[in-house]
Ligand binder design. Structure first.
Ligand code: 5RP
Length: 264
């Protein structure tokens, strides 16, 4: 890997733990104003200080993130359909030049393996990897799951492996039973998405399991910004990802810091 790309990729990992807590706030690109993200400026202001990396669209970066931020940005560069349409109908939405202009540490896009437009989304990934390669920008592939698809190790393993084979430098996928087999068969690092909001303790358990089974971190959204206390939750997640804390210890921290101040 060339020096610039390695340097950008390494910027999202904690120097001591070698893991990362990426904060995913890109949901508006197909869901519109989502709970916890209805006022994106507030969400960014509240949570950015605790993130190792922000995963967001260029619109949110331009309007809600201070130019002097020290937090590396991964830019979502795919989109198109809304929640009302066919989700796999995505195209590439951001040029690599604009990603460079925004000083992105990396770019990310979804592939929809098994969905109606599987081939188009995998070829979107290939095109983005080719372009990113010219600039030394790392690419994160997201194994998006269509409405009717199962999230088991066989399916997620297939999607992660395809993403790595096409050239992704890092893959975001979901936690599942036998997750370690997904990690083992994927030659690039994996972070997990959190998925739909679940109880805080269950989300911490999921993060614990994922790290224990080989993930290098999380790229978590709803289980942080929709928590009853987003700042407490992200700090509890950090305790798991960076300090190797048990779920009980991380949850105790959540309870201690819980200010009962959810985001709009
Ligand atoms: C949306 C995404 C999100 O970034 C990803 O799903 C992480 O967010 P969450 O933890 O809420 O699942 O790619 O398409």
């Amino acid at each position: 890997m060339d020096w610039g790309k390695l340097n950008r990729l390494q910027s999202i990992f904690h120097p001591t733990s070698g893991n990362t807590v990426m904060l995913a706030i890109d949901h508006g690109y197909f869901q519109g104003p989502t709970t916890g993200l209805k006022n994106p400026q507030e969400t960014v202001k509240t949570l950015l200080p605790y993130a190792d990396c922000l995963f967001a669209t260029r619109g949110i970066v331009r309007t809600c993130v201070e130019e002097n931020t020290r937090v590396p940005l991964f830019l979502r560069v795919s989109g198109g359909p809304s929640i009302l349409g066919e989700l796999s109908n995505e195209d590439v939405t951001v040029s690599m030049k604009d990603a460079v202009r925004l000083n992105a540490a990396g770019v990310g896009l979804s592939i929809f393996v098994g969905a109606q437009n599987e081939d188009r989304t995998v070829s979107n990934l290939a095109k983005v990897v080719n372009e990113a390669q010219e600039y030394g920008i790392p690419v994160l592939a997201i194994t998006a799951v269509g409405r009717d698809m199962v999230r088991d190790a066989r399916y997620l393993g297939l999607a992660c492996r395809i993403a790595a084979e096409i050239g992704a430098d890092i893959v975001k996928t979901y936690y599942c039973e036998h997750f370690e087999s997904v990690v083992k068969s994927c030659p690039v690092p994996i972070v997990i998405a959190g998925g739909k909001k679940i109880l805080e303790k269950d989300a911490l358990q999921m993060a614990r399991n994922a790290i224990d089974e080989g993930a290098v971190g999380v790229d978590m959204g709803r289980n942080i910004f929709q928590s009853e206390s987003p700042t407490a939750m992200i700090q509890a997640v950090r305790k798991i990802v960076h300090e190797g804390a048990t779920v009980d210890d991380a949850y105790a921290l959540f309870e201690k810091l819980n200010d009962h101040k959810p985001l709009a």
